[in-house]
Design a binder for this molecule. Structure first.
Ligand code: GLA
Length: 719
């Protein structure tokens, strides 16, 4: 019995295990030891507007925070904050996208004033906070502040927290011109996290000032399940430290949370340590690459006033920043991660992907993947740009690099011109998609979605009906195929796979370019398959989109079953000798199917004039049982007439066969058993509306010897 690993906790454990992290992974233990999460609330999807609804952080926030470089030390003061703002401008960081200059804990005095207001520390900030905010604003930058959703902040000196003072504090900050709040979790008295963080969200909203809201409860209450409604980002882990194992451990834990991030609502794996000295530049490049690949907030945590050229070069890598800031707002996912060689893929708005090849081992290694594995395809060539070395190259499919110990090679992979599907009837699972995005694990071909690795699902099954062909997805999913204007229709059965035993609901939508051309409405795990038919005429792009049914993505194993794509035109209007048309496929018992000749079992054209019971035929198909020939009709043909029989070359009464004609899956003509002794038999088949016609010859159950089977003068009428 299949049991869905449906909690994020379990998913993260499974995920981490695939990265080989479970043994001794201290940071991970903190995740796996947590209590089971509350029932999930609605998760963000590409279509769900974040309820925080402040219009901010449509791409992950970028800026500075002093904590990682100063903690509470005295050098955290007005001069530093102003100096950082100056450096943002003078060193081009502002131009690179860094906007917020934020202060952390220890900015206030330990006591509120007589009116209950927070008081800036007069030694650190002799002119108050508003003066600093004004200075930051004068540089065209934004200013952020810090507090805790508790009675006190985190520092041992115990500065006042915001719990119970939400509106008063928010009002004060707004009056100072604060643009950003980091709201910590210390001294929270055990009060409900959602209530504490929502109280401050409401207070910020009530100020009328747009204030980016950064929730910092360290992932303790599974904020990915609720915080998108509350804030713009949420910390997913405890604090980062300036060393490799801390940084990479946090990356592992944040990597598995990709489905929950989106515009306005980001997973936050904590602030950057780049430049603080505890890692090599190679390790810092990995840190920066992974944070960008995970669409993480990029908050510089080193003292920029004394940053080295190497540090600035990392922080100002505009190609990597562009990945973080991509407007599609997708967090990258791990596509493979065995033996410390971790490949991540992030879909980008222009149809390209960024891919990180990270070598977590302690010696140089080759890290490889493929365009298929990173979720793109359908082109004959792909351009690669190395976002650190800036070198460009092309590939037909393999992506590979020698990566130093603890290093990351990061490519932007851009598909070349896509190739349209062949004319005829195609199963989508046999075509290359141009892009596939999936909620959990990869999109599966001809399997349901098992959430983790390729091929881990089962036979596609909706309401007890099984399907050999199709796509197994998990909401939220978005798959694109290039049509190039050549296709006509898609017919598909959709539904939640039966493996979702504990529920699940999903909505299936088909788009022809920007036009919605089919919509299933919400389908639940107990529904039978729903047939969707979409008119694709003239469309350049086909998109299959699955969103959750409005109740979060848990259990939403969503199947596109037997998705049948019809492309190209069928035969022209009029009457055609079938042997003059090109078949879509031909299978034959001996030798090739012959056009206008009988079947002599070996090479092409080795037969004779088609002859049945002494009657000769100039046109037709010479086959040998068992045979099956398919022609594409495209829905535009009406009838096939033909004579059938065993060719006289079989000699006397030798040979026997059955001739059958199929219009798609329906048998529309059957000759019954015919032996070599019999005269030709006439068949007429109604092909109206059929996408394909299939001519089948069986041996009639007595073996295929002598079964030289002729389709004599088969004539197709199309309108
Ligand atoms: C917590 C937070 C840190 C920092 C400190 C300040 O540890 O997670 O990011 O803000 O508090 O005391």
């Amino acid at each position: 019995m299949y049991t869905e690993r449906h909690t994020v906790r379990a998913r993260l454990a499974t995920f981490a295990a695939t990265l080989g992290l479970l043994a001794g992974g201290g940071a991970l233990t903190a995740v796996t030891a947590q209590a089971a999460p509350a029932p999930p609330a609605a998760a963000p999807t590409p279509t769900a507007a974040p309820a925080v609804d402040n219009g901010l952080a449509r791409t992950p926030q970028m800026g500075f925070n002093n904590w990682n470089s100063t903690h509470c030390r005295a050098e955290f003061n007005e001069a530093m904050v102003k100096g950082i703002a100056d450096t943002f401008v003078s060193q081009g960081l502002k131009d690179a996208g860094y906007t917020y200059v934020n202060i952390d804990d220890c900015w206030a005095l330990p006591q509120r004033d007589a009116s209950g207001n927070l008081v800036p520390d007069p030694v650190r900030f002799p002119n108050g906070i508003k003066a600093v905010a004004d200075y930051v604003h004068s540089k065209g930058l934004k200013f952020g502040i810090y507090s805790s959703a508790g009675t006190k902040t985190c520092d041992v000196q115990g500065f006042p927290g915001g719990l119970g003072h939400e509106q008063q504090d928010a009002g004060l900050w707004a009056s100072w011109g604060v643009d950003y709040l980091k709201y910590d979790n210390c001294n929270n008295t055990g009060a409900d996290a959602q209530q504490r963080y929502t109280a401050m969200a409401n207070a910020l909203k009530a100020t009328g000032r747009p204030i980016l809201y950064s929730i910092c409860e360290w992932g303790e209450n599974q904020p990915w399940n609720w915080a998108a409604k509350t804030g713009n980002s949420w910390r997913t882990t405890g604090d980062i430290s300036d060393n490799w194992s801390s940084m990479i451990g946090i990356a592992h834990r944040n990597q598995g949370l990709a489905p929950y991030a989106g515009p306005g609502a980001w997973n936050d794996p904590d602030m950057l340590e780049v430049g603080n000295g505890g890692m090599t530049d190679t390790e810092y490049r990995t840190h920066f690459s992974l944070w960008a690949q995970m669409a993480a907030p990029l908050l510089i945590g080193s003292d920029l006033r004394s940053a080295s050229p190497a540090t600035l070069a990392i922080l100002k890598n505009t190609d990597v920043i562009a990945v973080d800031q991509d407007s599609l707002g997708k967090q990258g996912t791990v596509v493979s991660g065995s033996g410390g060689l971790v490949v991540m893929s992030k879909p980008l708005a222009d149809g390209s992907r960024s891919v990180t090849l990270t070598n977590e081992t302690t010696s140089a290694r080759t890290v490889s993947t493929t365009v298929e594995a990173i979720g793109i395809g359908g082109a004959s060539s792909y351009a690669l740009k190395d976002l650190w070395s800036k070198q460009t190259s092309t590939t037909t499919g393999t992506i590979s690099a020698s990566v130093p110990a603890h290093g990351t090679v990061m490519y932007r992979v851009t598909p070349g011109a896509p190739v349209p599907p062949p004319a005829g009837v195609n199963q989508l699972s046999e075509l290359a998609w141009t892009s596939a995005i999936n909620g959990w694990g990869p999109v599966e071909r001809d399997r349901s979605n098992g959430e983790q690795a390729t091929g881990d699902g089962r036979t596609l099954t909706i309401g007890g009906t099984t399907y050999a062909k199709g796509l197994g997805t998990h909401a939220a999913s978005d798959i694109t195929y290039h049509l190039g204007g050549t296709c006509r229709s898609l017919r598909v059965d959709v539904g939640v796979d039966d493996e979702s035993t504990a529920g699940g609901s999903a909505v299936f939508r088909i788009y022809r370019d920007a036009a919605l051309v089919a919509d299933s409405g919400p389908r639940t795990a107990s529904d039978p398959p729903t047939r969707l038919s979409a008119d694709l005429t003239g469309g350049t792009k086909l998109r299959l989109v699955v969103t959750d049914g409005g109740d979060g993505i848990d259990y939403d194993h969503a199947d596109w079953a037997a998705p049948t794509l019809t492309c190209g035109n069928g035969p022209a209007a009029g009457t055609h000798a079938l042997s003059d048309l090109q078949w879509a496929s031909a299978i034959n018992g001996w030798g090739p199917v012959e056009r206008d000749r009988s079947n002599a079992e070996q090479a092409t054209d080795d037969g004779r004039t088609l002859t049945i019971g002494g009657t000769t035929y100039a046109k037709g198909l010479g086959t040998h049982a068992a045979s099956s020939i398919t022609y594409y009709l495209g829905g535009g043909c009406s009838t096939l007439t033909t004579s059938v029989g065993i060719d006289d070359e079989s000699g006397g009464a030798n040979g026997s066969a059955v001739f059958q004609i199929y219009r798609d899956a329906a048998k529309v003509a059957d000759s019954g058993r015919l032996t070599g002794a019999e005269a030709p038999r006439a068949l007429t088949a109604d092909l109206s509306g059929g996408l394909e016609v299939r001519l089948v010859v069986t041996d009639s159950g007595d073996g295929i010897n002598y079964d030289h089977a002729d389709w004599a003068a088969p004539t197709l009428t199309c309108t």
